[in-house]
Each structure stands twice: as structure tokens, then as C-alpha cells.
Design a protein around this ligand. Structure first.
Ligand code: PMP
Length: 364
């Protein structure tokens, strides 16, 4: 039985079984008498690990062969510049939807490389935020791709609709929702995610990208650094520079853990259940509020505020004392944020809900 539950937005909790396994093999991996961090990435052992991670990702996300999996560094933020530098020549532009903090950060970076066409689908009606359906988005027909963030980690707002377009290249930053719910990868030109929320430790960024966006690409800019060049990364099997070996190793264990659990189909049901339990506690209460329309609520980052904001600090103090850690909302919007990625068991949600109900009774 876990003593504490960690609701950190990222770097976030990892499955206990995975940490235990890593602890056991830390100083002796694969009977090599050394740790995975102390061997060359060119050894057969490490090459097999990479092969296995790719195979497991293909199986879990159902990735067809016309997509390449790339392992990069520098976080999702690095991709905010790598994407336009790889995919747009000096005259081209792209559509960027803005629904919150991380979409906006991507836009700020894209402005260094192009004149992005901004789509603003975030709306408010009767006090509730919602996101307009994609069929109403005002696309620029000359844009080479559409970039958006389906799950805004800070605001807890999400685009739960799958992008279904013919002849449009969709690029999505899935940092806080990858592996949490099923997607149809064939709807996307590229998805990418930092590892440190739902995959493994920080230091690794995973890209799943259509091969035709990488190969024979005459769009990329001449000043594109080689370490960010998708074609070079791909040709070197994601080892043009030394990969984040420990992060890859641990992420590999998380993928095996997820497969054993029943894959994304299974975990997404649990994730939806966890989110539903929490949102219904908020909706039923006279004390807590969430201002996002049901269909646009995140299943991984549940954000709420207090009708009386003075209670916030006390809630944080008492929740911590009760073994419910890192619930503080992002400084930009305050309130409470419960990040409930795959490794958060339902017991953690039940404990949080009991705490919320007791706190409400006591302090309303
Ligand atoms: N996109 C999203 C949706 C995120 O949540 C984050 C990190 N919180 C980032 C991008 C940036 O990731 P990194 O710090 O790894 O660059």
C-alpha cells in the first residue's frame, strides 16, 4: 500500500514496480556487472534496448511502418523550433491553434521562423471555457501544417476530438497525454512528447513522424543544427549524438509495465474513470469549481479553484500532511491541479476525493 500519492504535473510519478525493478538492476544491468548508464550506446545490449522500445511503442500506439520513431533531447520546447526549421522553407507558413500556455509558447517560438497563422478556438459561454470544433477553425489554405496542443497541462483544458482531415499535416504536442488515451496515429503527420509526465524521466523527447516528412525534404533551412535535423537523427537511428541512455532505459521499463497492464485501451478506461470521479466531486460541491465544459476537460490534469480563494493555502498544507503531494496549481492560474497520469492508481484518487469532501465539510 502506497503511503503517499504524488500529483506532480511533471516530472511526475513513475510506477512503483518500475522503480523497484530499476533499483534492483541499477548496478548490474543484463548481468553485465555495470549499470545501464555506464556502457556505450553502441553496444549490442543498448542497441537491443532501443529496438525493444521502438517495438513496444509501435505495439502500444499501433504505429504503421510509414512512421518513424525518433528519440531526441531538449524537451518538447526544442521541438517548438525544430518543427518549423525542419518543415518550412523561408517563405512558407503554418497554422497554430492557441488554446493555452503551451500552444502559445510554441507560437512564440514559431514566430522566429515564420509568420504563423493563429487560430483562436478557445471560447467562453455562460462562464464555461470550451474549444470550438475543428471544422469551425479558420485555416489558412497555404499553411504547410497545423500545430496544436491537445492537452494543456497548466489550464487542464483539452481537445478531445481526433483531427480528421484529408491532405492536411497535423502536428500535435502530446506531452501531457501521450499513452493516456487511444489516438489514431494515421490522423497525424507528427506527434511529439517530453517523457517526464507519462513515459519516464526527463531528458528524452519522443517524436513519431511520417517518413515522407523526413526524407527528401528540401524545405529545411541551411542553418538547421544537425542535432535537430530529423533526417540526420533518423539516419543515425536516434544516435547522432549520445542519447539520454538512462531516461530511455527507464522509459522502456514503463512501456513494458503498460503492456503488461493491458496497454492503452485498458489504461484509458481507468484514466477516464479516475477523471470522472474527480470532476463529479468538484461539480457536486458548493466549495470547489472547475470552469471548463465537460467535453474539453483534461483527463490527465484536473484543475480546480475555490469559491473562497482564501482556503487554497490551507488546502495545500493539509493535503500534504495527509500524503497528497504536489497539488499546487501553476502560478499562472493558481488553484489546485491534480495530475493523474497512468501511474496514479485509483486509490490515490479515492484518497484525494475523501480529503476534498472532509475539507469542504470542515471549512465551508
Ligand atoms: N508542452 C507541454 C504540453 C508541456 O506540458 C510541457 C512541459 N510542462 C512542454 C511542452 C515543455 O516541455 P519541456 O520542458 O520538456 O521542454
Amino acid at each position: 500500500m502506497q503511503k503517499i500519492f504524488n500529483f506532480s504535473p511533471g516530472p511526475a510519478l513513475l510506477p512503483y514496480e518500475v522503480l523497484k525493478k530499476a533499483q534492483n538492476e541499477l548496478i548490474n544491468w543484463n548481468n553485465l556487472n555495470v549499470s545501464v548508464m555506464e556502457i556505450s550506446h553502441r553496444t549490442n545490449h543498448f542497441m537491443n534496448l532501443i529496438k525493444d522500445i521502438k517495438k513496444d511503442l509501435r505495439e502500444l500506439i499501433n504505429i504503421p511502418l510509414q512512421y518513424e520513431i525518433l528519440f531526441c533531447q531538449g524537451g518538447a520546447r526544442t521541438q517548438f523550433s525544430a518543427i518549423p526549421m525542419n518543415l518550412l522553407d523561408y517563405t512558407e507558413t503554418a497554422d497554430y491553434a492557441n488554446i493555452g500556455h503551451w500552444s502559445n509558447e510554441a507560437i512564440k517560438e514559431a514566430k522566429k521562423y515564420c509568420n504563423p497563422h493563429i487560430i483562436n478556438p478557445l471560447k467562453k459561454k455562460n462562464g464555461l471555457y470550451y474549444i470550438e470544433k475543428m471544422k469551425y477553425w479558420n485555416f489558412n489554405h497555404n499553411s504547410k501544417y497545423i500545430h496544436y496542443c491537445p492537452n494543456e497541462t497548466i489550464e487542464g483544458i483539452a481537445i478531445n476530438e481526433e483531427p480528421k482531415f484529408k491532405n492536411k499535416t497535423i502536428i500535435a504536442d502530446l506531452s501531457s497525454v501521450i499513452l493516456a488515451k487511444e489516438i489514431d496515429i494515421k490522423n497525424y503527420g507528427m506527434i511529439y512528447a517530453s517523457a517526464q509526465k507519462n513515459i519516464g524521466p526527463a531528458g528524452l523527447t519522443i517524436l513519431i513522424i511520417k517518413k515522407n516528412l523526413i526524407l527528401n525534404n528540401n524545405k529545411k533551412r541551411k542553418e538547421l543544427p544537425s542535432v535537430l535535423d530529423y533526417e540526420i537523427i533518423s539516419k543515425h537511428n536516434s544516435m547522432f549524438n549520445t542519447p539520454a541512455t538512462f531516461s530511455l532505459y527507464l522509459s522502456g521499463l514503463v512501456l513494458k509495465w503498460l503492456k503488461k497492464k493491458g496497454g492503452i485501451k485498458y489504461i484509458s478506461k481507468i484514466n477516464k474513470k479516475k477523471a470522472k470521479l474527480l470532476y463529479s466531486t468538484i461539480d457536486k460541491s458548493k466549495f470547489y469549481i472547475n470552469k471548463i465544459k465537460n467535453s474539453n476537460r483534461s483527463i490527465t490534469n484536473i484543475v480546480f479553484h475555490f469559491k473562497n480563494p482564501e482556503k487554497e493555502n490551507l488546502f495545500l498544507k493539509k493535503s500534504q500532511e495527509n500524503g497528497l503531494y504536489y497539488l499546487k496549481g501553476h502560478k499562472k492560474i493558481g488553484g489546485i491541479r491534480a495530475s493523474i497520469y497512468n501511474a496514479m492508481p485509483i486509490e490515490g484518487i479515492k484518497k484525494l476525493i475523501n480529503f476534498m469532501n472532509d475539507f469542504e465539510k470542515k471549512y465551508i
